[in-house]
Ligand binder design. Structure first.
Ligand SMILES: *Cc1c(COP(=O)(O)O)cnc(C)c1O
Length: 375
């Protein structure tokens, strides 16, 4: 494959243009553009069913959803979280006036290391905010039981984990609240968008008030809420994309198998291992970790791929705790997170990526090992 067009880490999923065009008529007919209209209501019920959660609210984006979750649970003081994540997770804690406390991650699946959480709990801790990184579930049973034992809350950042299930349990049915992101680059999108799944149905009103200025009725405003409503155009995209999501996930699973087949035997290329029983994966990302045996560093490999017009991403480097705005400010020793952040590289993946492109990428990775590998 010579002179291929640039390949980025993902390509947003879109339904057939005619379907969106046709769907717009519903919005023109209702003249309801936002504020919990008929498409919002329909999508809410479809997603509750798809995600297998009892209570759900749809939000304008995942980040706002996370801030609303923190506010609805009235957290205070410190929140134990992972630094191996997208900016949003840590920003949501800090923007809410709380202090992140950084817990190290596991070497096998890069999620928060549940065995290190308890040692970080103080009398100021109000919650744990783990991330199901790359769509792999955290050890939800252990985390939920620690939280129960100490009387603190759990908010899961499931931005990567749409459609993931453990057995027949939706990933959003754990903890107090789970946030999903429906951003364009995620497995399932509503252009921008997000949702909160929650265990206690009383939270529905707390969440609703916070996403619509705290307005209870035409004469009563109960709290200084924000504006974070999902609009009808987003809901339309969501309804259409939902028709294709199962096929999209099957397609992704095949692409992941192909990557694994090619890369499995290359020394120094470590693949994600998530040996959770009865796991329905969504194959949101394809991370590799480049170790010393490979002969080139992660950065060198990324540069070589770029020369071939392949643009993988260093998710997640740097750790959020190392951002200029956070460096040195918060508690937490995270050697494993640092090790992974320095070596991780997410390769391009989406449902319809050409198998030949994957063959091509893996061929480059393999050839480079043959030239530089240490073994
Ligand atoms: C995408 C993402 C978010 C934020 O979601 P948006 O819908 O883009 O606001 C939060 N956390 C993680 C881990 C993400 O990847």
């Amino acid at each position: 494959m010579k002179n291929i067009a640039p390949i980025y880490i993902t390509k947003p999923f879109l339904p057939p243009f005619e379907e969106f065009n046709e769907g717009l008529k519903r919005i023109w007919n209702s003249r309801m553009l936002t504020n919990f209209g008929p498409l919002y209501t329909e999508l809410l019920s479809c997603l509750k069913n798809y995600l297998q959660v009892e209570n759900l609210s749809l939000v304008v984006n995942g980040h706002q959803a996370l801030e609303i979750a923190i506010s609805a649970l009235q957290l205070s003081g410190e929140v134990i979280t992972t630094p191996f994540t997208f900016a949003s997770t840590t920003h949501a804690i800090v923007r809410s006036g709380l202090e992140p406390v950084f817990c190290d991650i596991r070497m096998d699946n890069y999620n928060i290391d549940e065995s290190k959480i308890e040692a970080l709990i103080t009398n100021k801790t109000s919650a744990i905010l783990p991330v199901h990184v790359f769509g792999t579930p955290c050890n939800v049973e252990a985390i939920d039981s620690i939280a129960k034992q100490y009387g603190i809350k759990v908010i899961y950042d499931a931005a990567h984990a749409f459609g993931v299930k453990i057995g027949d349990r939706g990933i959003g049915s754990f903890g107090d609240i789970t946030m999903f992101s429906f951003h364009a680059t995620k497995v399932y999108n509503t252009i921008e968008g997000g949702a909160l799944a929650f265990s206690n149905k009383e939270l529905a009103r707390d969440i609703y008030l916070r996403q619509d200025f705290g307005i209870a009725n035409s004469e009563e405003v109960l709290l200084p809420g924000t504006n974070a409503k999902m609009n009808e155009f987003q809901a339309l995209m969501g309804l259409l994309n939902l028709k294709y999501i199962d096929q999209e996930i099957i397609n992704r699973q095949k692409k992941v198998e192909l990557y694994r087949h090619h890369l499995r035997a290359i020394p120094g290329i470590k693949l994600l291992s998530n040996n959770i029983e009865n796991l329905r994966e969504n194959c949101a990302y394809f991370p590799i970790v480049v170790t010393e045996d490979y002969g080139l560093t992660r950065n060198e490999l990324a540069l070589m791929l770029q020369k071939h017009n392949i643009f993988p991403r260093k998710y997640f480097y740097p750790l959020t705790m190392d951002y200029a705005c956070y460096r040195g400010k918060y508690r937490g020793e995270t050697p494993t997170a640092r090790y992974i952040a320095d070596r991780v590289l997410c390769l391009p993946i989406w449902g319809e990526i050409d198998s030949e492109v994957i063959d091509y990428i893996c061929g480059i990775i393999s050839d480079l090992y043959n030239s530089y590998g240490l073994a």
